[in-house]
Design a protein around this ligand. Structure first.
Ligand SMILES: NC(=O)c1ccc[n+]([C@@H]2O[C@H](COP(=O)([O-])OP(=O)(O)OC[C@H]3O[C@@H](n4cnc5c(N)ncnc54)[C@H](OP(=O)(O)O)[C@@H]3O)[C@@H](O)[C@H]2O)c1
Length: 251
C-alpha cells in the first residue's frame, strides 16, 4: 500500500520504519516543520512537504501522528480529498477527523514508541473506522504490520490508554524515585534490574494480584516500619510507599 505520514515524531518515525519493512511504501511525509519532514522522508525514501504543501492523493492511507492537542485543530492547506485518514492517539475521539475526510479512523499503537529505539517491539494495534469499509481496510492494513490487531471504539481505547499510563508511565516513575533514593543513599540501583525484569516477566503467565509479594502483602508491620524510618529523609518516596502499601493491604 502507499502510505502518507503526517508528523515526523516518535510514532511517525517508528511506524514509517515498520511500514516500509513490511513491504509498503511511504510516499510522502508531511510535517509542520519542513526540516523535520525532510529528515524522516530522507530515511524512508519519500517526498516531503510542510502543512501548507500539497498532499499526495495517490496515498491509500494518511496516517496522522501529531500531538493530541494539534489533532483537535488539524488541517492541511490542500486537504486530503476524502482519502482514508487515521490518527494514532489513545485518548482522542475518532470524530476529530470528521472535518478532514469522509473516510476516517484510528490506528492506535498500544506501545511506548521512541524514534531512538534500535529494535521495534511487538505493537498491538487498536483500530476503528467511521464505517465498516473503513474499519475493515484499516484492520487489514494493520494485520500486515502486526500480529495483534483488535477493533476498539473510543471508550475501549480510552480505558486501555488509561491502563497503559498506569502500567508504563507509573512503573517508570517508581523506577525513577527508587533510583534517586539509591543514588542519595549510595547503593547500586543496577542491582535491582534483574528484579525489575523478573516482576514484568512473571505477569506474562499469572494475574498480577496472584503474584503480589512484599511486606504489605504479608501485612509485615515491623519491616514496613523500618522502611518508613529509612524514608524519613525522602518525603516523596515515603508518601508513595504509604499510598501503595494502603492499596495493597486494602485491595
Ligand atoms: N510515543 C508514543 O509512545 C505513542 C504511543 C501511542 C500513541 N501515541 C500518539 O501518537 C501521536 C504522536 O505522538 P508522538 O509520540 O509521535 O509525538 P512527538 O514525537 O512529540 O511528535 C509530535 C509531532 O506532532 C507535530 N506537531 C506538534 N504540534 C503540531 C501542530 N500544532 N500542528 C501540526 N503538527 C504538530 C510535530 O511536528 P513538527 O516536528 O514538524 O513540529 C511532530 O511531528 C499522539 O497522538 C500520541 O498520543 C504516541
Amino acid at each position: 500500500m502507499k502510505i502518507a505520514l503526517v508528523g515526523s515524531g516518535n510514532v511517525a518515525t517508528v511506524l514509517g520504519r515498520l511500514i516500509t519493512t513490511n513491504g509498503h511504501e511511504v510516499i510522502q511525509v508531511i510535517s509542520r516543520e519542513l526540516e523535520h519532514a525532510r529528515i524522516l522522508a530522507n530515511e524512508l525514501g519519500s517526498s516531503y512537504t510542510d502543512l501548507s504543501g500539497k498532499a499526495d492523493l495517490s496515498a491509500d492511507i494518511f496516517i496522522v501522528a501529531i500531538s493530541d492537542k494539534a489533532l483537535e485543530h488539524f488541517f492541511t492547506g490542500s486537504g486530503m480529498g476524502n482519502k482514508l485518514v487515521v490518527h494514532t492517539a489513545g485518548s482522542v475521539s475518532i470524530e476529530v477527523l470528521k472535518k478532514i475526510s469522509a473516510q476516517y479512523g484510528v490506528l492506535y499503537p498500544l506501545q511506548s514508541l521512541r524514534k531512538e529505539m534500535q529494535l521495534i517491539p511487538p505493537i498491538p494495534f487498536l483500530v476503528d473506522g467511521n464505517n465498516e469499509v473503513a474499519t475493515t481496510y484499516i484492520e487489514t492494513f494493520a494485520a500486515t504490520i502486526s500480529s495483534s490487531v483488535k477493533r476498539a471504539g473510543d471508550d475501549e481505547r480510552l480505558k486501555l490508554h488509561a491502563a497503559a499510563v498506569v502500567v508504563s508511565n507509573f512503573t517508570n516513575h517508581l523506577y525513577a524515585i527508587a533510583e534517586d533514593f539509591c543514588n542519595k543513599e549510595k547503593v547500586d540501583f543496577n542491582l535491582l534490574k534483574p528484579l525489575i525484569l523478573e516482576t514484568a516477566y512473571r505477569i506474562q503467565y499469572a494475574s498480577p494480584s496472584e503474584v503480589q509479594t512484599g511486606p504489605a502483602a504479608r501485612k509485615d508491620i515491623i519491616t514496613m516500619d523500618k522502611h518508613l524510618r529509612l524514608f524519613a529523609a525522602h518525603p516523596k518516596l515515603r508518601t508513595t510507599y504509604l499510598r501503595l502499601t494502603d492499596s495493597i493491604m486494602n485491595p
